[in-house]
Design a protein around this ligand. Structure first.
Ligand code: 13P
Ligand code: SF4
Length: 324
């Protein structure tokens, strides 16, 4: 049935965009997109943002349907926060190497070894990992969330060892880490940045905290995708070397057309650093998923209730600190 639809729908991008806009109205749907997805999708989204902004939108929306152009854990988070809404994802296989690096069963055994630690998990994890966490954080609030606990509180941070290490260096807290990483950020090389710095000596280096420590040491600014975007808007520099996923350049160029942006490529043979999961989102898949209302995120109620607690705790602390 879905295969037949695919064969029949031989539309060009303009037609697909029209059809998606029409479906949005007909189905009272909101289209949320992460900064890393294809720019054509970013341009028709009702909201484009980082994980923190997207999760807030998922709570606040009056739409009946949330269409999530991002990756699986993001759509799952939207379902946890808005269980009564239909949450769709254009490609069910759009996972996340970081979320995959933390299998729940192994994490459960790891956690058992540290009963006196609280578990702070980065939102880039599965719903099951969220049920095992005391509080969730995003790249937009992690430092403040960690600092909201007493200084002597022992913390188990999951799943990103790079991001955890960064928070640890900034806050000086007692932290241990799950050994996970994002393949898109973890593979970036210092040599690539040094080469680019030699080529563009007046450029500032900005990096996402999922990058390795050696990369972050070379950065003039470290932050979430939204923080990186805001930095490029406000900073006086005219050129930026950007150590994260290529998709963010679209909004940076839109916001600051007079500035120049250079992505740190994943290797010598390429000129980009794409997340293969984010790039699974296409206009064609987006149209089909809205038309067929498939694939949809389904979660068992018990998981929703347990996974929502640590996310709500994150919102409470973020609210009390004036972050949202
Ligand atoms: P942000 O929340 O900073 O957008 O990060 C999401 C992500 O997946 C980074 O790899
Ligand atoms: Fe996951 Fe990395 Fe892709 Fe972000 S960039 S969605 S952390 S694999």
């Amino acid at each position: 049935m879905i295969l037949q639809e695919k064969i029949k729908t031989n539309f060009d991008d303009t037609e697909l965009i029209d059809k998606i806009e029409q479906l949005k109205k007909e189905k009272n749907a909101i289209l949320l997109a992460h900064f890393y997805v294809d720019e054509k999708i970013q341009d028709i989204a009702d909201y484009v943002g980082d994980s923190l902004g997207l999760s807030q939108k998922a709570v606040k929306t009056n739409a009946d349907m949330i269409v999530f152009a991002g990756v699986h854990f993001m759509a799952e988070t939207a379902k946890i926060l808005s269980p009564d809404k239909k949450v769709l994802i254009p490609d069910f296989d759009a996972g996340c190497s970081l979320a995959n690096s933390c299998p729940p069963q192994e994490f459960g055994l790891f956690k058992e070894k540290y009963p006196d630690h609280i578990v702070i998990s980065y939102i880039n994890c599965s719903a099951l990992i969220k049920t095992m966490s005391d509080i969730i954080c995003t790249s937009g609030n992690a430092v403040q969330i960690v600092e909201s606990f007493p200084k002597n509180q022992k913390i188990l941070f999951a799943p990103d060892k790079n991001f955890g290490g960064y928070i640890n260096r900034v806050t000086g807290r007692k932290m241990i880490f799950w050994n996970g990483a994002c393949e898109v950020h973890d593979n970036l090389k210092t040599e690539s940045i040094i080469k680019m710095k030699n080529k563009y000596p007046d450029a500032k280096v900005i990096a996402h905290p999922e990058c390795k420590e050696q990369i972050l040491e070379l950065a003039d600014f470290v932050g979430s995708t939204t923080a990186l975007l805001n930095f490029t808007k406000k900073d006086k520099a005219k050129k930026f070397i950007v150590a994260t996923e290529s998709g963010i350049l679209h909004q940076m160029r839109k916001e600051s057309p007079q500035k120049e942006f250079y992505i740190v490529a994943k290797d010598d043979k390429s000129n980009c650093n794409d997340c293969s999961y984010m790039k699974m989102n296409s206009l064609q898949k987006l149209y089909l998923c809205m038309k067929n209302e498939y694939p949809q995120i389904h979660l068992n109620n018990e998981i929703i209730i347990k996974a929502r607690k640590p996310i709500e705790r994150m919102f409470e602390i973020s609210r009390s600190l004036g972050l949202i």
